[in-house]
Write a protein that binds this ligand. Structure first.
Ligand code: NAP
Length: 338
């Protein structure tokens, strides 16, 4: 059988348990060009929330009755594709299920080294989407120069902690925003940030004052993961010709579109001759190899520290997902499926 977590009802706000069901379906059988993956680990991503809405996005919505989409690493167990032979390990966009059916032509799946040189989970964290998002967003869009000040929100999280450490490697002064004294201490002690600000209990203007207090010369690059008050505060602290990398806006993902308040202070982009640009990591697919050639040695040399938070079992998928929104994940949120 194939146990899978399916969407039975579209959520409004924070996804409730009754929007999902664990069901046992038949094992998929591969047709020509297809292969079956036994999923070992799944990446739990904030973006999964958007895929549950029936709204236009960079990927189609998950259909009702369909398994929840997720990036996984797994082993090919049946194959009708010479490119993905049985016993090869693969990384790809699959689903929260024990087995996934994939086609060689979609371009989403790549073969990885399952030989144990690198822990499999690293392909979902520092050597996967997480590390690549931090790398491309910061360097390609943020264009940080040595000596500049970089502000990272969601800084103690998976993408944010890596973005901040890459900014340090590139010779920048780095300020992080995170929730609570435990996380702000980690930013400085474990991830080498120069300063940290706790956003909890602060309005946007209080947050801007707190940022300016630790970055008196202002902010040149913002790596934005949160949106809302964090983005408004960053806009206020931005220097002339500043760059805002719009990576994520997690504070808004559970708010229905018509209830979102929007971002005040966008006028600052004009006043500061500044730029704000969003991106999704997959636009950089052709450059992944080169990026990993730079990231992997940083990791091996201990210049990038990263954490993985692993929750065990498909029945733990929802609690694991909620951690991303209540801040109780410590590092890249990963689900052990098998
Ligand atoms: N553009 C892309 O291609 C791409 C790819 C991957 C991820 N992302 C984005 O990157 C961001 C981080 O993702 P991740 O996977 O690395 O997750 P993560 O940062 O490891 O976990 C999410 C963190 O966000 C913080 N958070 C949640 N709700 C918040 C709120 N209302 N206000 C302030 N902070 C809040 C929490 O930390 P605190 O305890 O500090 O609140 C939580 O730990 C997300 O916005 C995600 O959508 C974008």
């Amino acid at each position: 059988l194939n146990r899978q977590l399916i969407l039975v009802k579209r959520p409004t706000g924070v996804p409730a348990d009754d929007c999902f069901a664990l069901v046992d379906g038949p094992q998929p059988e591969p047709a020509e060009g297809e292969f079956v993956i036994r999923n070992a680990f799944a990446s739990m991503d904030p973006a999964m929330r958007g895929w549950l809405d029936d709204a236009p996005s960079y990927l189609p919505p998950v259909a009702l009755g369909q398994a929840i989409r997720a990036t996984t690493v797994g082993e090919v167990v049946r194959s009708q594709s010479p490119k993905f032979p049985v016993r090869s390990w693969v990384l790809g966009l699959n689903s929260l299920s024990q087995f996934s059916l994939a086609h060689e032509a979609t371009g989403w799946t790549s073969v990885i080294d399952g030989g144990g040189k690198v822990p499999l989970t690293n392909y979902l964290s520092v050597l996967g989407t997480t590390g690549l998002t931090a790398y491309f967003g910061l360097l390609d869009i943020g264009c940080p120069k040595p000596g500049e000040t970089v502000l990272v929100s969601g800084a103690a999280g998976a993408v944010g902690s890596i973005a901040g450490q890459i900014a340090k490697i590139k010779g920048c002064r780095v300020v992080g925003i995170a929730g609570g004294p435990g996380k702000t201490a980690r930013l400085i002690n474990d991830f080498g940030f120069d300063a940290a600000v706790d956003y909890k209990g602060k309005s946007a203007s209080e947050l801007r004052k707190a940022i300016t207090a630790v970055a008196p010369k202002g902010i040149d690059v913002v790596f934005e993961n949160v949106g809302g008050a964090c983005l408004e505060a960053a806009l206020g602290a931005l220097n002339t010709f500043g760059r805002i990398v719009l990576c994520g806006m997690i504070s808004e993902y559970n708010t229905p579109v018509h209830e979102r308040v929007g971002t005040r202070h966008l006028l600052q982009l004009i006043v500061k001759s500044a730029r704000m640009q969003g991106f999704t990591f997959n636009i950089y697919a052709s450059r992944v190899h080169d990026a990993l050639a730079e990231i992997a040695p940083w990791v091996a040399a201990g210049r990038i520290r990263f954490d993985e938070h692993i929750e065990e079992g498909l029945d733990r998928a929802l609690p694991a997902f909620h951690r991303l929104f209540n801040g109780t994940n410590t590092g890249k949120m990963i689900l052990l499926i098998d």
